[in-house]
Design a protein around this ligand. Structure first.
Ligand code: NAD
Length: 354
């Protein structure tokens, strides 16, 4: 299937990347290459941060989870993601996080890509974590603890291996089956893996701690005594009001880095702090306007919640691979009457072909 890159105004067919297409895209390109590729696009887009329309995501909460819309635009292209977060889902054989999204052309308003984003979100979240960790983790770090060994965990490990050279993992999950799964999936990728029986054991000797658990409560995955000097914390799982992972005391002695403060103050670990507690915006660190890690003993925290620009970057990356991979099908998504105003006539003419 060839990808038609002619002006979108002439297209009524929209490339659609299904879950099956996405799996084959990852296999064709390679998971490491996908993550590093998306990381590069995130860095490009964070470098032009001020150009983007930015808004905290629009969230619909229920007692068991959240459904969110995440829009953004750079004025040329527009993207949104639909994503849910339902920690109880795994007990019912469903994913905690599922997503799909759209990339569109601002000039015509026409969509140019529709994609599954459950897998793409795991790839972009891992890419984002590693992009953030590069200026924040201790130079020469080689060991990472991963607490929470669910759907996101392997992607995180691979991103930190590719972008930071992490080759020792210490895994812990309250469900040992998840740890076994994660360790088995990462076999043969050059990691030295230790399966741990507690969070305390997992953080021993780790210069980076990734928390990526799912629980709809203010949990305490890390207590203050578990975080030694010089550690970088990559906190992924606290991403909703009333859903956090770190004890407040850790936040009080960390240098905190965030994506988009108005969203992170609602959703991130820093919801536990005063509204004016100082945080540093990551985009400013990436372009050299603000310092990242400033001493060997400093505790740095990336309070990750996931921001729309990262999905925009991931969709842009995917769109740019379509011609190479051919892994998509065209969806008949956009009504295309011969005469634009004759929408009704188009239906009438279809009657003749029934
Ligand atoms: P998942 O349900 O597949 O895995 C979560 C794992 O955490 C499970 O294996 C569970 O047993 C484990 N867990 C729960 N409580 C624990 C505890 N107290 N100690 C140790 N392990 C515990 O979920 P997932 O898709 O891997 O997502 C993990 C979290 O990351 C979710 O909260 C999700 O909302 C969040 N997330 C954040 C971003 C972001 O950009 N920041 C992106 C995607 C997902």
């Amino acid at each position: 299937m060839s990808f038609d890159s002619s002006p979108i105004k002439s297209l009524n067919l929209v490339p659609f990347v299904s879950v099956d297409d996405m799996m084959h895209t990852v296999l064709d390109i390679g998971v490491t290459e996908m993550i590093t590729g998306i990381a590069g696009y995130i860095e490009q887009d964070f470098a032009r941060w001020e150009l983007f329309d930015k808004t905290p995501r629009v969230a619909a909460h229920s007692s068991v989870g959240v459904i969110e819309l995440m829009p953004t635009s750079d004025g040329v292209e527009y993207a949104f993601k639909y994503v849910n977060g339902h920690p109880k889902n795994t007990r019912e054989g469903l994913q905690t996080v599922t997503a799909f999204g759209v990339l569109a052309d601002v000039d015509s308003g026409y969509p140019v890509l529709i994609s599954e984003m459950t897998i793409l979100t795991a790839l972009r979240t891992a890419a984002m974590s590693a992009v953030a960790a590069r200026p924040l983790a201790l130079a020469g770090a080689d060991t990472m603890a991963i607490i929470g060994n669910g759907a996101q965990s392997e992607f995180q490990a691979i991103a930190f291996q590719a972008l930071l050279g992490i080759n020792k993992l210490r895994l812990y999950d309250i469900d040992p089956v998840a740890t076994e799964k994660c360790a088995a999936n990462l076999t043969g990728r050059g990691f030295e893996i230790v399966k741990c029986r507690s969070g305390e054991e997992a953080v021993e000797g780790a210069q980076i701690i990734t928390t990526v658990t799912a629980d709809k409560q203010c949990a305490t995955i890390l207590t203050d005594n578990m975080v030694g000097a010089g550690v970088h914390i990559n906190a992924i799982g606290g991403d909703c009001p009333g859903k956090t992972e770190l004890h407040r005391d850790i936040l009080l002695r960390s240098e905190i880095f965030v994506e988009f403060p108005p969203q992170t103050r609602i959703e991130g670990e820093i919801q536990q702090l005063d509204a004016d507690h100082p945080v540093t915006e990551l985009w400013q660190v990436l372009i050299g306007q603000q310092a990242g890690r400033s001493s060997e003993r400093q505790v740095t925290l990336f309070d990750s919640v996931g921001f729309a620009i990262e999905d925009f970057s991931a969709l842009r990356f995917l769109r740019d691979q379509l011609e190479r991979t051919g892994r998509y099908e065209n969806l008949d998504m956009i009504a295309d009457p011969d005469e634009p105003r004759d929408l009704f006539g188009m239906i009438q003419r279809a009657a003749a072909t029934r």
